[in-house]
Write a protein that binds this ligand. Structure first.
Ligand SMILES: *[C@@H]1O[C@H](CO)[C@@H](O)[C@H](O)[C@H]1NC(C)=O
Ligand SMILES: *[C@@H]1O[C@H](CO)[C@@H](O)[C@H](O)[C@H]1NC(C)=O
Ligand SMILES: *[C@@H]1O[C@H](CO)[C@@H](O)[C@H](O)[C@H]1NC(C)=O
Ligand SMILES: *[C@@H]1O[C@H](CO)[C@@H](O)[C@H](O)[C@H]1NC(C)=O
Ligand SMILES: *[C@@H]1O[C@H](CO)[C@@H](O)[C@H](O)[C@H]1NC(C)=O
Length: 488
């Protein structure tokens, strides 16, 4: 069933901004209609409303500045447009009402709990450890760059011993505009943010045509469970790039992701632009997230995704030295980055229809590639989960020609065992890892090679973490209100 909506723009904006709208639609049953057919003028207005930050990749600074939601389309669109919009499946508001400031729906409880000792589905996986207990003082403060002067970070620094870490000066904030000289040098720096530069070490696609390596960033959030239930119902698996600060906040959601057969990957402790950090800070951001995942699941990922895709050769070398292969999202040969802009809907920069149009263009471009692809999506906000459940996943599943939806490791034919350090049998990986770990505890210096950092001097291991202030667990809305520094 397809719902035709003839919308006068003013009404469209009124609906989009209505704060009492979405609940009226919750529970309405309708099959998804796939195609958004907006008039050319509506399409061009959507394009013209794309913020300039799109070209440089959002940074914490630029994203934070958009905290006052606007509907830029209002300035440039004609008085009336005719739009045929998809209507969401049961429980998901119509696309047109997915907008910043919409009332939030309910969150779902865990669908399953798993006892200590439960066996993951892939062969050779260690049993689940006992349930995670948050202990004050054992973890860095959530959502701020992890401190570098702990015994743990000093130990992890030793994994970099003997590795050639390029001596690139940190960027100011990971934004091309702030560092124009570095941006011009993007190719030499291997800086993805400015020019989309990647290296052979990076996973940036799926090899097989018409295959989508599905992933979600920034969770586990209060809305992740809704997504997990949907994926389970559709028998879909995905890769979750998790933030360490969220992992210790919702460990049981991470357990459910993992035990249901989704892949888990590192997405840093506090979600800052990694190119802007010192070597020690990068190690701390990756190390604490590795540690959180290992503590909750009993396994350590072998992959990572840089927040904002912000990676250069320095970040890359540090990640690889720590046993983490970078995974970014696909760019076409002409430089179109596969970002759904779902996060811009949560931020008030894009409307639901505009984000969905981005996705339709991604699918259109994807059919022209000889390889498969990876797309940026999020499970951080209700809106981004609604976009995925109601629209993007359905659009891909019902597309002609059909797409195959798989986690990124699976589509790259990486055995699940090789997605984790404890179970991998990849000899190349193991040899490199053994070399890195042989440095740990056997060296006395910290091995710092560039950046400022505070890594010198003896470390008091017993008391190291006690001085880290541990704030009470923040609710996610507080995180969201703090701005969009956490996005992408
Ligand atoms: C590819 O994406 C661009 C915008 O990013 C869009 O203009 C174009 O129509 C898309 N191509 C296809 C075949 O869908
Ligand atoms: C083994 O790991 C290395 C380094 O992580 C990687 O480049 C290679 O593709 C992996 N090989 C296989 C067969 O998965
Ligand atoms: C290094 O020493 C610590 C504490 O003595 C120990 O827990 C850890 O397993 C050691 N690491 C390695 C790689 O040997
Ligand atoms: C190490 O830190 C602990 C706790 O802060 C303190 O009691 C102890 O005296 C310190 N030891 C050294 C050698 O500084
Ligand atoms: C780490 O640095 C912070 C800030 O300079 C300081 O407050 C804290 O005491 C230091 N912790 C240790 C273990 O040295």
């Amino acid at each position: 069933m397809k719902f035709e909506i003839i919308a006068v723009l003013s009404a469209y904006l009124a609906v989009a901004n209505a704060h009492d709208g979405p609940h009226a639609f919750r529970g309405r049953h309708a099959n998804i209609a796939r195609q958004v057919t907006a008039s050319a003028s509506a399409a061009s207005s959507a394009t013209s409303s794309a913020p300039s930050a799109a070209s440089s990749g959002a940074t914490p600074a630029s994203a934070a500045s958009v905290s006052a939601p606007t509907v830029p389309a209002a300035v440039t669109t004609p008085d009336s447009v005719t739009i045929s919009l998809p209507t969401g499946p049961s429980g998901i508001p119509p696309l047109i009402s997915l907008t910043s400031g919409m009332p939030s729906g309910s969150t779902l409880p865990l669908s399953q709990t798993f006892a200590a000792g439960a066996e993951p589905s892939y062969s050779g996986a260690p049993p689940l450890p006992s349930a995670f207990m948050f202990v004050q003082g054992q973890w860095p403060t959530m959502d701020v760059v992890a401190p570098t002067n702990s015994s743990q970070v000093q130990q992890w620094m030793q994994e970099l011993e003997g590795v050639d870490i390029p001596d690139l000066q940190p960027t100011q904030d990971g934004d091309c505009a702030t560092d124009p000289a570095f941006a011009l040098d993007g190719q030499n720096r291997g800086w993805w943010t400015c020019g989309g530069w990647t290296r052979d070490t990076d996973i940036v696609q799926c090899p097989d045509k018409l295959t989508w390596g599905v992933s979600f960033d920034d969770g586990p959030s209060p809305y992740t469970q809704t997504l997990l239930n949907f994926l389970d119902e559709k028998e879909l698996k995905a890769t979750f790039f998790v933030v360490g600060s969220r992992v210790i906040e919702r460990p049981q959601v991470l357990v459910e992701e993992y035990m249901q057969g989704h892949e888990i990957s590192v997405h840093t402790w506090s979600h800052h632009a990694l190119t802007s950090l010192t070597n020690e800070q990068i190690v701390a951001e990756l190390g604490w997230t590795r540690e959180a995942i290992k503590t909750v699941l009993g396994v350590t990922p072998t992959t990572m995704r840089p927040p904002f895709g912000d990676i250069d050769d320095r970040v890359r070398a540090i990640s690889l030295a720590m046993g983490l292969t970078p995974i970014i999202w696909t760019s076409t040969p002409s430089g179109i980055k596969f970002d759904t802009n779902d996060w811009r809907v949560a931020g008030g920069q894009f409307t639901g229809p505009e984000s969905f149009q981005s996705f339709e263009e991604i699918l259109g471009n994807a059919t022209t590639l000889n390889n498969g692809f990876i797309v940026l999506e999020h499970d951080l906000f209700e809106i981004t989960v609604d976009m995925a459940i109601g629209y993007t996943l359905n659009a891909a599943m019902t597309h002609e020609p059909p797409f195959t939806l798989e986690p990124i490791g699976v589509c790259n034919k990486i055995p699940t065992t090789d997605m984790y350090q404890e179970t991998t049998t990849n000899k190349t990986y193991l040899a490199a890892r053994q070399k890195a770990l042989s440095n740990v505890n056997s060296t006395t210096s910290t091995g710092s090679s560039s950046g400022s950092g505070s890594g010198s001097g003896g470390v008091n291991k017993s008391g190291a973490m006690q001085s880290f202030a541990m704030v009470s667990l923040p609710v996610l809305s507080a995180v969201a209100a703090a701005g969009f520094a956490l996005l992408i």
